[in-house]
Design a protein. Structure first.
Length: 268
């Protein structure tokens, strides 16, 4: 079985709103040299053409099989872990990973579900709303006097970290079980630490917001940063599937109580 069919096949590279198709071709080449094949393009300004294929060199298969979607939410809906690249610190700090830690975490969790590494626009990166869809942010510690990394360079750097962690993982498995390195790692057994995919997490956040509006904690006309701060809190905590179900049960209970209180007020 090839590497493209193995654990690395669960690692998705997501490019958001790329303006120059040549960068897509170069990114595809960077991916393939590190054994990655799953490319998702979110609303690209310029679709891959002959120029992109030329820069992809021998990675035209990655370009051909790339999936094109309209929004980042759609691109990551089936993923259990999402890491967004950020070249600058944000007003509201988010859980951060170093590149090496990013590779390790993506490989570790790719045993259980698809994971995504998200790259933003060439000129402005990811928006704050897009970054809030990510569990973690990663920043490449480039020279502060000249930190100008183009898109393909960033993809190459972080894809290398993913591959390095993958190989270390394979070596550990080989030493522990005496298996040939060409074999794939067994999928981990899921336990109570199984994490929800992004689509489930987004339903949880929407449920949370609805409940807070029902109690009056959030005023729809002036929502403030309540949900942004709650996203940051739960991204740090990483509640598992059972915990998310429990939290949603609590929220449903709060909503029922809010409805009862509203009926009592109307009677008065």
């Amino acid at each position: 079985m090839s590497e493209q069919s193995s654990l690395l096949g669960n690692v998705r590279i997501v490019l958001v709103n790329t303006s120059d198709c040549r960068n897509i071709g170069s990114a595809a080449r960077a991916m393939k040299t590190m054994g990655l094949s799953e490319l998702i393009l979110v609303d690209p300004i310029e679709m891959p053409n002959g120029q992109a294929q030329a820069l992809a060199a021998g990675a035209t298969d990655v370009l051909k099989n790339a999936k094109v979607v309209s929004t980042l939410a759609e691109a990551i809906s089936e993923c259990g872990l999402v890491v967004g690249t950020s070249a600058r610190s944000r007003t509201l700090p988010w859980p951060m990973l170093e590149p090496r830690g990013c590779g390790e975490k993506l490989v570790e969790e790719a045993h259980n579900f698809p994971v995504a590494l998200v790259f933003g626009r060439e000129s402005s990166g990811l928006t704050n709303d897009e970054l809030q869809l990510c569990h973690f942010h990663v920043q490449i510690p480039a020279n502060p006097d000249y930190s100008s990394l183009n898109l393909a360079m960033a993809v190459q750097t972080l894809s290398y970290e993913v591959r390095t962690s993958y190989l270390i993982n394979q070596q550990k498995a080989f030493k522990a079980k005496g298996e040939n390195l060409s074999k794939n790692l067994p999928k981990k057994e899921l336990d109570e630490d199984e994490y929800p995919i992004i689509a489930e997490t987004e339903r949880f956040y929407q449920h949370f917001e609805d409940a807070l509006k029902a109690t009056g904690f959030i005023v729809p006309t002036h929502p403030g940063l309540v949900m942004t701060k709650l996203r940051r809190l739960f991204n740090r905590a990483r509640p598992d599937v059972k915990e998310v179900k429990m939290l949603r049960g609590i929220l449903a209970s709060v909503q029922r109580a809010a409805k009862v209180n509203e009926k009592e007020k109307n009677k008065e």
